[in-house]
Design a protein around this ligand. Structure first.
Ligand SMILES: Cc1cc2nc3c(=O)[nH]c(=O)nc-3n(C[C@H](O)[C@H](O)[C@H](O)COP(=O)(O)OP(=O)(O)OC[C@H]3O[C@@H](n4cnc5c(N)ncnc54)[C@H](O)[C@@H]3O)c2cc1C
Ligand SMILES: *[C@@H]1O[C@H](CO)[C@@H](O)[C@H](O)[C@H]1NC(C)=O
Ligand SMILES: *[C@@H]1O[C@H](CO)[C@@H](O)[C@H](O)[C@H]1NC(C)=O
Ligand SMILES: *[C@@H]1O[C@H](CO)[C@@H](O)[C@H](O)[C@H]1NC(C)=O
Ligand SMILES: *[C@@H]1O[C@H](CO)[C@@H](O)[C@H](O)[C@H]1NC(C)=O
Ligand SMILES: *[C@@H]1O[C@H](CO)[C@@H](O)[C@H](O)[C@H]1NC(C)=O
Ligand SMILES: *[C@@H]1O[C@H](CO)[C@@H](O)[C@H](O)[C@H]1NC(C)=O
Ligand SMILES: *[C@@H]1O[C@H](CO)[C@@H](O)[C@H](O)[C@H]1NC(C)=O
Ligand SMILES: *[C@@H]1O[C@H](CO)[C@@H](O)[C@H](O)[C@H]1NC(C)=O
Length: 622
């Protein structure tokens, strides 16, 4: 094993060492209270040890693990110092956002005094703010996967530990910084996390003991009205840096005359060149133009060997295909992406809700009304609608919004009318509001509600095919009841990934072909504190996988799961996420990242990788 790893070690480290100026700021370095080597004894500076794995036994099996603080193969202070010089001093120790409310943060690299009353007040005021968390270097917005070991407190003597937070990060501001980080992680066998907005539901933007490369600074946007590139497309396009968020791209496009739009998620703060496109990227325009990945024209991407490459229809077309939906942080680090943009149209949106008062507190009636709504899924998407809805316990059903792009209020309501007629016939009373906006952009800003950070939950989900809705809507509704009865919530997204995209383009990306025939994609949310006892967490994971999502899968055997919004521990995840594309993706992972420099859970080729020892060490099963 050692020989294999040693042979991988490229000239890259040497390159870094040559490129790096000798660290000059030794005084600053000495002043840090933390011994970055993770070893309180003197540094060995032993070059031979850095290519090692750490061997562990866990649950009766043998594992070769990445290197963590305290392991002999964890880099020495000298090596970190060289890296820091290479990345312009942008290497920093990762501290959980709420550490300023505690006297001491006990991290893997030692104890640091952290209390700061003003910063702590800021934490209390902003912990639920998405953008505040996004701007922090290593925070995870959905805190379950940070292990919630350092939440805001008013008692500074409580314990604040690192949980599953990374240990150290590079705030990258140049492509060379990202390259240096990738090569350092590769050569020293470190757990590497690429962190953009930290929006991830599956915990993929945090990881115990990891080195993080933060891409948030890459905010460049450029626009063209006539793209010239490797494919035959000559229309308008946008080129975005890795850190650009949807609202930034959309507002820039809206400022054009005439205004343009692009496919993004429904959530305006999610990034547009990171996890979203690499998982696919659905949104309110998906009925019109497919996934964000379907609109991609080109990527600039750094692969596991540290090389910056172009990926488009002509250059590295296999990598281009894989980056379009093949899984985040699996094939490379995207530093720049170019997408098609489209004309913006006057659009209409409708909102409505059904609560206990609309059904006289009648549970049966409420579920009958939901079943009726859901039976129209195929009708809605076939007529070009996108619908975002929530089903919560306590007879709470909210639809906000229904989106009709390029539709008048009358055209939109005509599509909804059969449902409203049925509801009226069932004896329901309800209100609905339809508004027309002069552009989709204005609708998007007005009707999609902003979301909060700092919540802790397990996330699952499943998408229902049109076939399953047509044949088994009653079974699907029983599965919905089962979701709510088991303490979970449901968020639905009605769209069809093949409706607006010519069939000839369906296979141009790695997206599961089944998404071309779905009409409702659901997220299940099982609220649970990240610091709940381990046994409780294990039980909740089983409920999510087997009971909550198990019921949805059984009701929709022709469906699929979406890698960015699903349970990564579901059985047969390879097929659920990628269907018939999986074998090709597996080959491409072996080609572009043969040693597992990148990792995010349940992406192609990660079958042997596990986070053993209660979700900490990332290891390969031997
Ligand atoms: C409130 C909310 C709403 C959402 N709405 C939608 C929606 O409407 N449609 C939809 O499709 N999804 C939606 N998502 C899911 C979203 O697609 C994922 O959370 C996505 O992974 C976020 O990507 P990010 O880059 O912004 O976040 P991060 O959490 O920073 O990254 C997520 C993953 O992508 C990897 N990654 C990030 N940047 C790069 C890069 N440059 N190169 C390589 N890998 C990278 C990370 O390592 C990680 O594995 C939503 C999520 C949330 C929390
Ligand atoms: C910094 O550390 C080096 C190496 O450990 C040591 O030789 C030097 O004296 C220290 N400098 C200060 C200012 O403490
Ligand atoms: C990296 O260098 C900068 C600038 O010298 C310094 O402020 C920072 O503390 C260093 N990082 C680490 C992890 O020591
Ligand atoms: C850090 O602080 C904790 C709590 O005070 C203590 O138990 C631990 O020994 C300290 N660790 C180090 C490395 O000093
Ligand atoms: C994570 O949280 C669990 C409790 O949910 C705890 O038992 C475990 O020690 C924690 N691990 C870390 C690394 O914080
Ligand atoms: C571009 O168009 C030409 C001529 O129609 C065709 O042969 C070629 O395959 C197209 N290229 C791409 C990348 O679609
Ligand atoms: C509740 O609604 C169902 C379905 O419409 C109906 O059969 C039943 O009689 C109602 N129950 C009450 C108490 O009104
Ligand atoms: C927009 O709607 C008009 C009128 O219904 C229709 O003629 C046109 O084709 C639509 N445009 C698109 C891009 O769907
Ligand atoms: C898609 O769904 C429709 C409607 O149920 C069905 O007739 C068709 O066979 C499905 N197509 C595929 C490829 O599954």
């Amino acid at each position: 094993m050692r020989a294999t790893i040693a042979s991988l070690v490229s000239n890259a480290l040497l390159l870094i060492q040559q490129a790096a100026a000798a660290p000059t700021d030794t005084d600053t370095w000495n002043e840090t209270t933390v011994d970055i080597s993770g070893d309180s004894s003197a540094d060995s500076f032993s070059v031979a040890s850095i290519y090692d794995w750490t061997y562990r036994r866990w649950n009766g099996a043998n594992y070769a693990c990445k290197c963590y603080p305290g392991d002999p193969c964890w880099p020495s202070t000298l090596q970190w110092n060289l890296l820091n010089a290479t990345v312009g001093g942008n290497l920093q120790i990762s501290i959980p956002p709420a550490a300023s409310c505690y006297n001491t943060f006990q991290g893997l690299l030692g104890n640091i005094s952290t209390y700061n009353a003003a910063q702590c007040a800021d934490v209390h005021a902003n912990y639920a703010s998405e953008q505040w968390q996004i701007d922090l270097p290593t925070a995870g917005l959905w805190t379950y996967f940070t292990n919630d070991t350092c939440r805001p407190t008013t008692n500074p003597t409580d314990s604040c530990t690192g949980g599953y937070f990374p240990t150290i990060y590079i705030k990258a501001t140049t492509i060379a910084h990202i390259q240096a980080g990738i090569l350092f992680a590769k050569n020293n066998n470190l757990r590497l996390i690429i962190r953009n907005t930290g929006h991830d539901f599956l915990g993929r933007s945090v990881g115990w003991g990891a080195l993080v490369i933060n891409t948030h600074s890459f905010k460049d946007i450029s626009l063209t009205s006539s793209y010239r590139g490797a494919c035959n497309y000559t229309g308008s396009a946008i080129t975005v840096g890795a850190g650009v968020q949807a609202f930034e791209a959309l507002s820039k496009l809206h400022s054009l005359n005439p205004p343009k739009i692009m496919v993004t998620g429904e959530c305006a703060t999610v990034g547009v060149a990171g996890g979203l496109v690499q998982g696919g990227g659905h949104g309110p325009l998906t009925n019109f133009y497919g996934f964000l990945a379907d609109t991609a024209l080109e990527f600039q991407v750094i692969t596991a060997d540290g090389v910056l490459r172009t990926a488009n229809a002509k250059t590295n077309p296999d990598l281009f295909w894989a980056l379009r939906g093949g899984g985040p942080s699996a094939f490379g680090v995207v530093v720049q992406a170019t997408y098609k943009t489209f004309d913006d149209y006057s659009s209409s949106g409708t909102t409505f809700a059904l609560g206990p008062a609309n059904v006289n507190n009648n549970d049966t009636l409420w579920w009958d009304a939901i079943a009726k709504f859901h039976s129209y899924s195929n009708h809605f998407v076939d007529n070009g609608l996108y619908i975002y809805y929530e089903l919560y316990p306590g007879l709470s059903f909210r639809v906000q919004p229904v989106v009709g792009v390029n539709k008048t209020a009358a055209q939109l309501e005509a599509v909804l009318q059969p449902l409203f007629n049925d509801w009226t016939a069932m004896g329901l009373t309800f209100d609905k509001t339809t508004t027309t906006y002069s552009t989709f952009y204005e609708l998007y800003n007005a009707l999609f509600e902003s979301e909060v950070a700092g919540d802790s939950a397990l996330t699952g989900g499943w998408a229902f095919s049109k076939t399953d809705v047509a044949k088994n809507n009653a079974g699907i509704i029983d599965a919905f009841k089962n979701v709510l009865n088991n303490g979970a919530l449901l968020v639905g997204h009605m769209w069809n990934g093949g409706h607006g995209l010519p069939q000839s383009q369906w296979a141009d990306s790695a997206i599961n072909l089944r998404f071309r025939n779905v009409s409702d994609k659901l997220i299940t949310i099982l609220p649970l504190s990240g610091n709940a006892p381990l046994a409780e967490k294990e039980a909740a994971q089983r409920v999510l996988t087997d009971v909550v999502d198990g019921g949805l899968r059984a009701a929709g055997p022709n469906g699929a799961a979406y890698i960015n919004e699903a349970d990564p521990f579901q059985p047969n995840w390879q097929t659920a996420f990628w269907g018939t594309n999986y074998p090709k993706l597996l080959q491409l992972r072996q080609k572009w990242d043969p040693t597992g420099v990148f990792y995010s859970v349940s992406t192609p080729g990660t079958e042997k990788w596990e986070q053993i020892e209660y979700g900490t060490r990332l290891c390969k099963k031997l």
